[in-house]
Write a protein that binds this ligand. Sequence first.
Ligand code: AMP
Ligand code: MG
Length: 722
Amino acid sequence: GRYRDYIAWLQRQDQDAAGRFWKEQLAELDAPTRLMQALAGQVKPVADGYGDHYQLFDAEQTRRLDAFARAQRVTLNTLVQSAWLLLLQRYTGQETVCFGATVAGRPMELSGIEQQIGLFINTLPVICRPRADLSVGDWVAMVQERNLALREYEHTPLFEVQRWAGQGGESLFDSLLVFENYPVSEALEQGAPAGLRFGEVVSREQTNYPLTLAVNMGETLTIHYSYDRLHLDAVAVERLATHWRNLLEAICQDANRSLGELPLLDRSERDLLLARWDQTGEDYPSRPFVHQLVAEQARRAPEAIAVLFGEQRLSYGELDSQANRLAQRLVELGVGPEVRVAIAMRRSAEIMVAFLAVLKAGGAYVPLDIAYPAERLRYMLEDCGAALVLTQRDVLERLPLPAGLASLAVDDPGEWQDRPEGAPEVDLAEENLAYVIYTSGSTGLPKGVAVSHGPLVSHIRATGERYETSPADCELHFMSFAFDGAHEGWMHPLINGARVLVRDDSIWLPEETYAQMHRHGVTIGVFPPVYLQQLAEHAERDGNPPPVRVYCFGGDAVPQASYELAWESLRPDYLFNGYGPTETVVTPLLWKARPQDPCGAAYAPIGTLLGRRRAYVLGADLDLLPLGLAGELYLGGEGVARGYLDRPALTAERFVPDPYGNGERVYRSGDLTRARADGLVDYLGRVDHQVKIRGFRIELGEIEARLLEQECVREAVVLAAD
Ligand code: AMP
Ligand code: MG
């Protein structure tokens, strides 16, 4: 009879109101909360049932929590949930998060329901968006309110809510919170004959969720974490429990603090992380500068070959003295510190002379790829404020020179070759510009990244050390000079006495590259991942790999298959993966993999910091994330560009004050990464709409902005398709 009463009660409930309530809640949720996915990077799954972890609060701690709950007029359950929601947000990086709350499900207005036998409990999503600027007091009040509101509709079957959510059957949440406030043994003792005592009451409960927190409030607070070993392990759960507790304790300290200020990490974990990611104390001096180090090599071994191009050879002595003569001429033309000189030349031996000459004259070069569309070239020539463009006679004919811009054809012997052989005397500071490199800009026009001498040479020294570059090396120079990687590519060989084999203007087929590497005994080859993949495929067919010591993937994510194929078919000593935005001086991180090193993920790891640098993996509110969690990579220390040329607002937006440092700036990379326990960093993807196409960095927004300039276009979306 009572059961029939319950069914009748259910039918009396306003189903439409329930539907409205849940749909409103669900509208706030962009996606299911994927805590297990966030933890996947740190757990080795095993199919071995469930594990347990118990977290105990002592009497004093429990009293403090209780007192805070009372002061805020919320339940302890609410505090526990408030901290859990924050943890979910920090861990997953999702703005709106949810977990499953188990509710009793017995409608209080139905008389006798307390005596009714049967399982009424239901599990429902608690959906919240903990905004960083919310105060703790407002936050816990909001969670409490949400709980009360949910009570009205707690009979709604979970499968209905799931159906309304329409997430293709994926569960809205993967963690469950069960608040148990039934002190079992006391309850049993109440009706028992005198003298009968109940000792250990053991109950086993298991849900089909990967993680269940059973919150038990007896005399003291206990949390029982029950976890599926397919998703979690003891270490991960313990760490998670500690982080949750840190948040809970921070909540109870001060109701006026804003949520963004509550630390996930305690001081010791934070200090450890900060120390681990700080390499600024390393010894890579920012003087002498790159061109001075090359000159030292030229003094040491003037006969040694520095540059190979086709049949042409330049010894260190020739390279250095030609660069000196050209530099003398540049100084006459007014080049000096902070003066920009555009370089628009065919790939050649002279282009190497030109780069060095500009540096020796104290100026900064702006390398332009002459294959770019004329309109883009003209824009860059104007935007960089060049005083002069270095070019070649045939290139000059088709160069879109802005009016009034002076030019010098390097292959015009009368122009500079009779100048004195010594380097000009120039007073150059570490902060002076060395080069400006253009990258795509989301406002519709490319922007120049300005890099100075100190950070550059410090980086190049560190690079040479990791490559173990020596006079025995020959680097194949393959990449377009419009990329900063191409400059690292000649600089570290030339400060270390090695040779540089410069590709000509044709894009070599893998066969050609292969043959050249054999012919010249190339030992170092750096390629965009798509090209290295093709080279590896060629090697797979051809066998007979060239004697290359190091292959480096550079500038784009490296798929696992490419990484593995490169080992198998090219068989070098090392495979490198070079990572870095132009804004952080070529490659702040570089992975030096040995033959047995596994890729371990969809993309190859980007390795460890290089040189005097510092890094942070941060959440949306600049909160420091623990190891293993995905967040945006911020890069600081010495290897940071001076900024975007003549764009202070944009510079301020991307180069932000170091939230953990001493007045330094850090660059927001826009890259989603994860710091691993073994010290490597995993690359996961972008947080914005920047893509790479055959190594070219493209802001899809740049193309959208240009489309929107057309009168007939009202809205535009650009996607990168395969
Ligand atoms: P760029 O300034 O042209 O060097 O482009 C920098 C961007 O390219 C980075 O912010 C990443 O998004 C991407 N990138 C560069 N190197 C790598 C790499 N090794 N793995 C994954 N992404 C990379
Ligand atoms: Mg780069």
